[in-house]
Design a protein around this ligand. Structure first.
Ligand SMILES: C[S@@+](CC[C@H](N)C(=O)[O-])C[C@H]1O[C@@H](n2cnc3c(N)ncnc32)[C@H](O)[C@@H]1O
Length: 272
């Protein structure tokens, strides 16, 4: 995968096991909420929560893994859930803390070495946090850690980007003008990305005067995980897959998953 000029240092450090996801989110944190302002969590949760209830969701203890600035747990706090959340990026977590105050227990943690925070009725990792894992081993380690945090009967839910997303969003340029800044996502991929590929996008932020300001240009590196690999890893980590859904930008859950038309895939699992 090509990386733009001036980013060779970032790419060199971007091997599995490195802290490169942390670097990307430390850099993007000041503008993350602006860049993702159109993400509608009420719409998404309106689809996800009924499926979790159908699989017997009970209790109100949530562990949000890769919680970012809090978008994925604030709607659950509002629903009266007891929230514990973690992220690899201290700056993303600081923004979550500004929003949640003491209402949520927040920790810096790497999902590849997830501590046992307690027993949770629901463990989730939302909005492609899991795609920042770059190898089968990293996925295995993260799912093992999530499993260890499940209460008896607890449910695990995570989403992953599909091939369609890597062949479009990770191959195109998207610009968002917000807060006086121009935020530019430059996908470095192509419309022919193969299953299981690692894909990159370069992110730049320009202030109105053309200055880069407080956001360093950086690279987001993600891996596509084919369904068969995820299902095998769930089994290998002692998890039983309960459901797989695909969905597009309307968030409406569909079966079967179609990697070429859906933008995301949702997995729901529990301890085997
Ligand atoms: C696209 S953001 C999603 C944040 C949040 N879940 C949401 O829905 O808004 C992905 C998040 O995953 C976090 N992340 C990436 N790799 C991680 C890892 N190994 N351990 C913990 N968090 C990680 C990033 O720091 C980032 O905050």
């Amino acid at each position: 995968m090509n990386v733009g000029p001036g980013l060779e240092g970032v790419q060199a450090a971007a091997e599995p096991g490195s802290e490169w996801a942390e670097r990307a989110y430390e850099a993007i944190a000041p503008v993350y909420d602006d860049f993702t302002a159109h993400h509608n969590y009420e719409l998404w949760l309106g689809e996800l929560l009924p499926q979790l209830r159908r699989h017997g969701l009970s209790g109100r203890r949530l562990l949000d893994v890769g919680c970012g600035t809090g978008k994925s747990f604030l709607p659950m706090l509002a629903r009266g859930w007891d929230v514990t959340a973690c992220d690899i990026s201290p700056s993303m977590l600081e923004l979550a803390r500004d929003k949640a105050g003491d209402a949520a227990k927040l920790s810096v943690a790497d999902m590849r070495e997830l501590p046992v925070f307690g027993e949770f009725d629901l463990v989730w990792a939302l909005d492609d946090a899991v795609n920042y894992l770059l190898s089968a081993q990293e996925l295995h380690d993260a799912l093992s850690g999530m499993r260890a945090n499940l209460a008896p009967g607890g449910l695990l839910l995570f989403d992953l980007n599909t091939l369609q997303t890597y062949r479009t969003f990770f191959a195109d340029t998207e610009t968002v003008e917000r807060g006086g800044r121009r935020l530019v996502w430059r996908g470095q991929g192509s419309s022919e990305v193969a299953p299981g590929s690692v894909c990159e996008a370069r992110f730049e932020a320009e202030a109105p005067d053309g200055e880069t300001g407080d956001v360093e240009t950086h690279v987001h590196r993600q891996r596509h995980f084919p369904e068969a690999e995820v299902l095998n890893t769930l089994t290998a980590t002692g998890l039983e897959c309960l459901d797989v859904f695909g969905h597009g930008h309307d968030a409406v859950l569909k079966q079967p998953l179609d990697e070429l038309t859906h933008s995301k895939v949702i997995y729901i699992a529990r301890r085997a």
